[in-house]
Write a protein that binds this ligand. Structure first.
Ligand SMILES: [Zn+2]
Length: 341
């Protein structure tokens, strides 16, 4: 068991419950917000986030991981406010979301400088608060691994090594960046079982997905409702096939929903993606998966247990070095033992 930072304090990893692994309370182009704040309506955005979170709370969700970091307009007080209003545990992230470029502030400093800032968010607090990040986030998209992107990935790895919190990525399967991220992160010494390669479900290329899984990482089937990269039907077919192959213990189902996002005119996301809500997986996808033979045990892994394993890690032995009593190790059983129980 490990203690996890939520925006309202620490919780035990056994208390996560039904978890949505990748949802955003709000996404803003942060430089636009800083320069043109009159474009934004804080209370309207708050009401939208509360409505989505309350809806999934009514469906049983206890925890949401919100990977909104630098360059996505992270505002930790906003996330905290949504959590307090709804009573749903929200776990915030630290890291940088960039497809190609980081500001000169970071270009002219080294990887460890950036890693130390991520560690600060995890151990001291975010944006001059005492609210701490619970996981790390980095990204790589169609542009591939640019020097700036590589710097962020390595900094995330080093902050993970210092703090033990897991790493979530934004990847672009079409460009193969999930595999690139795994290469770099494992080169830095990260155990793949602490890595979640986000957006792997954006492809139905089984050969690629299996190569990612071979590393031993988790994968995000986490953009249900976003149909531009992959249709809902194809996303389901892939999840069903992977569950049959025994990979339910490696997959997360989520929507990457943004309760508000300023990347497009306000009405556009709803018109383009009418099913893209925070409740789509619970209301429609899971019933469909059930009908297609995905078992309750597999659903429980994807929606409850995997989150715990991602936060705890496969190999607990390093954390249990002080708990050896009479040569017997006490603590969390290994993954294999978990599953045979
Ligand atoms: Zn996202």
């Amino acid at each position: 068991m490990v203690m996890i930072n939520t925006v309202t304090g620490q919780v035990n990893s056994s208390e996560l419950g039904l978890t949505l692994i990748h949802e955003h309370m709000r996404v803003r182009s942060e430089s636009v917000f800083v320069q043109f704040p009159h474009l934004y309506d804080e209370e309207k955005e708050f009401a939208k986030a509360v409505a989505q979170v309350n809806k999934v709370k009514a469906l049983g969700v206890k925890t949401i991981c919100d990977p909104t970091v630098m360059e996505l307009g992270r505002d930790i007080r906003f996330i905290e406010r949504v959590s307090r209003e709804t009573g749903v545990q929200i776990i915030a992230a630290t890291g940088i979301y960039s497809y190609h470029y980081i500001p000169p502030h970071f270009q002219n400093r080294d990887i460890d400088y950036m890693a130390d800032l991520f560690v600060h968010d995890i151990e001291v607090g975010i944006q001059n608060t005492s609210i701490k990040a619970g996981f790390l986030k980095c990204a790589a998209d169609a542009q591939g691994i640019t020097p700036d992107v590589e710097k962020v990935i390595r900094a995330a790895a080093r902050a993970h090594k210092k703090t033990g919190v897991p790493i979530m990525t934004h990847s672009h399967p079409g460009a193969g960046t999930g595999l690139n991220q795994l290469e770099i992160l494992t080169e830095e010494g990260v155990d793949p079982s602490r890595i979640l390669i986000g957006h792997t479900g954006d492809t139905d290329n089984m050969e690629y997905i299996l190569r990612v899984l071979e590393y031993g990482s988790f994968i995000g089937m986490d953009r249900y409702g976003l149909t531009s990269e992959c249709s809902t039907e194809n996303r389901n077919t892939t999840v069903i096939e992977l569950a049959k192959k025994g990979y339910a213990d490696r997959m997360f189902l989520s929507q990457d929903h943004c309760c508000s996002i300023d990347w497009y005119p306000e009405e556009v996301p709803g018109l383009m993606f009418p099913k893209w809500t925070m409740s789509f997986v619970l209301e429609e996808i899971i019933p469909e998966l059930r009908t297609s033979g995905v078992t309750e045990e597999q659903i429980n892994l994807m929606m409850v247990e995997n989150a715990r394993h991602w936060f705890e890690g496969n190999n607990q032995s390093t954390n249990l070095s002080n708990t050896k009593i009479g040569g017997v190790e006490f603590g969390i059983p290994s993954r294999k033992q978990h599953e045979s129980n």
